[in-house]
Design a protein around this ligand. Structure first.
Ligand code: SF4
Ligand code: FES
Length: 349
């Protein structure tokens, strides 16, 4: 069936959501997503960042949908027309959602390990206001210890439920989840037990903000000072395919590999993540490639760049070619003699 998003038509399979269709087209029209994660079943529908305007429901029922729809949980219909980037209503709503998400967020980016690769930081950079209208007291929680490897900062949590789904779907025994309701809702290890199953570290990678961070990397470096490389090792528990973040010769942290939407390609085990920080533990494949804009991918040389075409008059180009020839000294005969010595001997001193 056919669906049109911001004027671009694409053919999709039944069951495809608007967000998935938009990602198939790619580019600016892809709505931001904080809670949807393509590798986690049932994720999405929590954060409302991905709102889109359905201006035509389908070929069979062309009426527009009256409310903005969460594109990660709205299925495409044949003949559906959707607006994302091109809709002022959507832009306005994304600003409002961002403001809402930031209401209780501590805005402690200068001391947060997630800064530089935080989806909320990116979202607020694009859609946020420079000042807050919130004058009430922010919601705060007592610090809670959830084990030796993972640091929970509940004040930063946006309740996207991704970590709960990792615990449900990737690990054998779930010992943490969302407790309480309303603005008391919080992530907790229900029984105050450490999360010690082999894949629990993936909660760190799926957390879109700095609510769950790696204790072994805590306050070691800002992420943009690290150089990320794809690496692998023979691991009996997981695929062993990771990204290692290096500072000089030192591996400061190990994470799963993320795609252009900051979603994990393959979940990795805690052994790879926390216990293998020696360069000799890994086969380094090469620099990690980035697609999505973020602080850490600024000036990354693997980033795709648009080809710049400069329209210039032909005479100017001709002049440039002459200049280039002069500058390159290609016509100078280095065997020519000055005072009886070959020219290149003068140049080489
Ligand atoms: S701790 Fe992170 S991953 Fe878990 S619900 Fe909160 S924001 Fe989402
Ligand atoms: S990504 Fe769609 S509601 Fe969160």
């Amino acid at each position: 069936m056919k669906v049109t998003i911001d004027g671009q038509e694409i053919e999709v399979q039944p069951g495809t959501t608007i967000l998935q269709a938009a990602r198939m087209i790619g580019g600016d029209i892809v709505p931001p997503a904080m809670c949807y994660h393509s590798k986690l079943e049932g994720s999405g529908g929590k954060c409302r960042c991905c709102l889109s305007e359905v201006s035509k429901g389908s070929e069979a029922d062309p009426r527009p949908m009256p409310k903005l729809m969460a594109s990660c949980v709205t299925g495409c219909q044949d003949g559906m027309e959707v607006k994302t980037k091109s809709s002022p209503r959507v832009q306005e709503a994304q600003k409002a959602v961002t403001e809402f998400l930031l209401i209780n967020h501590p805005l402690d980016c200068p001391v947060c390990d997630q800064a530089g690769e935080c989806d909320l930081q990116n979202l607020s950079f694009e859609h946020g206001k420079s000042e807050s209208r919130f004058i009430e007291e922010k919601r705060t929680f007592e610090p809670e210890d959830i084990g030796p490897n993972i640091q929970l900062h509940m004040n930063r949590c946006i309740l996207c439920y991704r970590c709960v789904m990792v615990a449900d779907q990737i690990t054998d025994d779930r010992v943490h989840g969302v407790m309480d309701r309303g603005d008391h809702s919080n992530i907790s290890t229900c029984v105050s037990h450490a999360i010690d199953n082999e894949f629990s570290g993936n909660m760190i990678d799926v957390c879109p903000v700095g609510a769950l961070t790696d204790k072994t990397f805590r306050f070691k470096s800002r992420v943009w000072f690290n150089k990320p490389y794809n690496a692998h090792r023979d691991c009996p528990t997981c695929s062993g395919k990771t990204t290692v973040w290096m500072f000089g010769d030192e591996i400061q942290r190990v994470t799963g590999r993320k795609d252009e939407y900051h979603e994990i390609d393959e979940f990795i085990c805690n052994g790879c993540r926390f216990d293998h920080k020696e360069v000799s533990d890994w086969v380094i494949e090469g620099p990690r490639e980035f697609e999505k804009d973020s602080v850490i991918n600024q000036n990354n040389y693997t980033k795709k760049l648009d080809t710049v075409v400069i329209e210039t008059e032909e005479t100017i180009l001709k002049g440039r070619a002459i200049d280039r020839k002069k500058i390159s000294m290609s016509e100078i005969d280095f065997n020519e003699k000055i005072d009886g010595n070959p020219l290149n001997s003068t140049i080489n001193g």
